[in-house]
Ligand binder design. Structure first.
Ligand code: MG
Length: 378
């Protein structure tokens, strides 16, 4: 059976005679497309295998199960991916429920009303943003393919202006950390997971093989006490760490303000911010935010977050979960708008089902292809 047939078809909305995806020019006239509404949804759960056991202060795993979505209309297929995260009460099963819930929304949808449709996706249910992200990515990929434009062109962006991306090193023994840092030599910036009693040993292991490399640190809410967090951050700053991500639990916003006043390096919010609505209360508590399309529920909300964060004077990072090249290429469409990139999820897996954005001179470069610019790996 061909791979495409593994996709579980859950929508039977009308699909009119196709126009193909290879049309030339900017074909935005409605007449080029079926007047009949309705997009067909299919999905598939796939296991991604990790190169190394991935450990953060929260959990440890060797595999990841992500949900891949296809939206089809007029012979054009938009593709999306959900990377469910247990931190946000998401599993492949809860994600599939969101996708199944979207069938009736897309049965009656005109994809060119993608902004309104995007709000429809956000309103499908509370939370469960990974499933919403898969739908929004697939919708925007469909739009880009229908208009024969990469999404960065649709949004007026230049991917060559993207910042360098960091490469993440999970929590491990000092010996394995040394090995991982050696493997990561081509990357100009490292992001080190901290928030455990062995932080000092682990950073020393990194510095033993990369004494001058730019490093950033991510505590994933690991320090529960503000004085402890400040001591750790001061120590990290002395060891050349550029900034710290989410030192304390997301809920500790007042303690974050106390820490922000005293920290010698910038503090970036990650778990404390999912969507645009979370951003205003973080001003004065953090220097910047880490946007992930799996947290925001897709590209359209990520773009709204970028505009809001910019207007509030916050630094912007785009990060990722453990994801294939599909979602990485989707997020990378927005990278010329940001200060810090951390898009390495696809580099941590051995069986990436898709190919798209690549690392060129330390930057994640999207392909000059319609939509998110991604194809299934043969
Ligand atoms: Mg983080």
């Amino acid at each position: 059976m061909r791979r495409r047939e593994f996709f579980k078809k859950i929508g039977i909305a009308a699909v009119a005679a196709g126009f193909g995806s290879g049309m030339g020019g900017i074909a935005c006239s409605k007449s080029r497309f079926s007047q009949r509404k309705g997009m067909k949804i299919s999905y598939q759960i796939r296991q991604l295998n990790l190169k190394h056991t991935w450990t953060t202060v929260r959990d440890s795993s060797n595999i990841k199960q992500n949900v891949f979505v296809k939206l089809e209309k007029d012979g054009i297929i938009g593709i999306g991916e959900a990377a469910p995260n247990i931190r946000y009460q998401e599993t492949p099963e809860t994600t599939v429920k969101v996708i199944e819930k979207a069938v009736s929304l897309f049965e009656n949808a005109d994809p060119f009303e993608f902004v309104q449709l995007g709000y429809g996706i956000q309103n499908l249910c509370e939370a469960q943003t990974a499933g919403k992200a898969a739908l929004d990515i697939a919708l925007m990929d469909w739009i880009g393919k229908a208009l024969n434009l990469p999404l960065y062109r649709l949004w007026g962006l230049n991917p060559e202006k993207a910042p360098l991306t960091s490469f993440s090193i999970g929590i491990d023994t000092p010996e394995i950390i040394v090995q991982k840092v050696r493997e990561a030599m081509p990357y100009k910036i490292l992001k080190i997971k901290v928030g455990v009693p062995t932080d000092e040993e682990n950073i020393a292991a990194v510095r033993s093989v990369a004494p001058y490399k730019a490093i950033r640190a991510d505590a994933n809410e690991g320090w529960k006490d503000k004085e402890e967090a400040l001591r750790k951050i001061e120590w990290l700053a002395q060891n050349g760490v550029e900034f710290i991500e989410q030192p304390m639990p997301a809920i500790m916003v007042e303690e974050a303000r106390w820490l922000h006043e005293r920290s010698p390096i910038p503090i970036i919010a990650d778990e404390a911010v999912k969507s645009a609505a979370d951003i205003p209360k973080l001003v004065g508590a953090y220097d910047g935010i880490n946007i992930k399309i799996m947290k925001s529920g897709g590209l359209q909300e990520a773009l709204r977050m970028i505009w809001l964060a910019k207007s509030l004077g916050l630094k912007i990072m785009i990060g990722c979960m453990i994801e294939s090249s599909l979602s990485i290429s989707a997020a990378a469409q927005l990278c010329s708008l940001i200060d810090y990139a951390d898009l390495d999820g696809n580099l941590l897996i051995t069986n990436d089902p898709y190919q798209g954005a690549r690392i060129v001179n330390g930057r994640v470069m999207v392909l000059d292809k319609p939509g998110i610019g991604v194809a299934e790996r043969k």
